[in-house]
Ligand binder design. Sequence first.
Ligand code: URP
Ligand code: ZN
Ligand code: ZN
Length: 471
Amino acid sequence: MKKIIKNGTIVTAADTYKADILIENEKIALIGQNLTDPAAEVVDAEGNYIFPGGIDPHTHLEMPFGGTVSKDDFETGTIAAAHGGTTTVIDFCLTDKGKPLQNSIDQWHAKSKDKSVIDYSFHLMIGEMNDDVLEQLPSVIEDEGITSFKVFMAYKNVFQADDGTLFRTLEQAKKLGALVMVHAENGDVIDHLVNKALEAGQTDPIYHALTRPPEVEGEATGRAAELTGLADSQLYVVHVTCEEAVEAIAKARKKGYNVMGETCPQYLVLDQSYLEKPDFEGAKYVWSPPLREKHHQDVLWKALKTGDLQTLGSDQCSFDFKGQKDLGKGDFTKIPNGGPIIEDRVSILFSEGVKKGRISLNEFVNITSTKIAKTFGLFPQKGTISVGADADIVIFDPNVERTISVETSHMAADYNPFEGMKVTGQPISVLSRGDFVIQNKEFVGKLGKGNYLKRSRYGELTSSKEELYQK
Ligand code: URP
Ligand code: ZN
Ligand code: ZN
């Protein structure tokens, strides 16, 4: 059925203006003043902003990790995402060395297809590069529309790839039109520091942070950036946490290298002291890279403003405190890394960013949606409010004040790392391709309604590579 959203203020990455939106056949059909259509359902958005649906470029739903599986799957994870104003997720498909890439992709399709309530896509992990993998890449791009490859520079003996693999992946990405993503931490040095800590009997959660200092992130980020310059390729650094990594990205960008960076809400508002909470509660805040000392937060905010960092991902990878995080009692290396973030990504950036004057409203839309769509080959179908785009729309009340709590959140894990945090603003209703998924804060969507998105090649649909490089 057709819909007209009336009286709202549309916000895109470029503009803020009052207009009505006509939705027909899943798309935005018309934007204008005083639109009428007797066949359309009228949705009143008076007093609210209309944002393009958020795009979360970094999720790990139902992912095997650390001897367990992340708690939110494509059902609970995408319902929570929708509550939080996200209408597309791009999840990381893990691969196994020596096994066909297509097997892993099929597994990811099997776990998402009948569950996802919003549209979704996959990045593909590259753990090794050899002739066999090389041969498979063209069909990953052509047939699956997977145009971003993830290389882990950490998690030794688990996901970590060597520099040769990273460099060859960068070369192939340039040739085939894909984007390389890196988890940038020096896994070999971390492994050494972790062994020393354990030998010294240092087993509490805080040692997770102390054995992964900012220098190992900065070094790996700089290394990946230099290799990108050498290969004349393109790089996206996931979950940037610290000054050292931001400096490495900024330096590379000054040299003209196509290096981009993402940060996550937890690094903007939480700090290393959370890992020292008593009764093992610090385990709730174990991520890799770890939370940093507070002064790094200012650097991240400034980088979002200047464009040295361009996007915000959630790195959603949730585990229960009881039964999952506590696998690491007495040995911090056994704490599964990650947390439940997907639902609060957009609201935290709005509240801490826009409301506190750190970024503009249009920058907020760019960081949570538009820039991500452009970077990952989804624009202009996703990431903006324009005629012809998918009607992925968030009706957002900018004034409601609330307190984040596990009691009211929709993620499956048994705690919320932002518990007690006061935020201003909340998505009221959320549409995915023209249908309500969230209506007046209630979930009204359908399992399996989300479509798998094949994405275009890096830079294919945007006007120029230079535009992608800019913020
Ligand atoms: O701690 C984290 N970040 N867990 C998820 C896996 C990853 O490294 O992104
Ligand atoms: Zn990572
Ligand atoms: Zn991640």
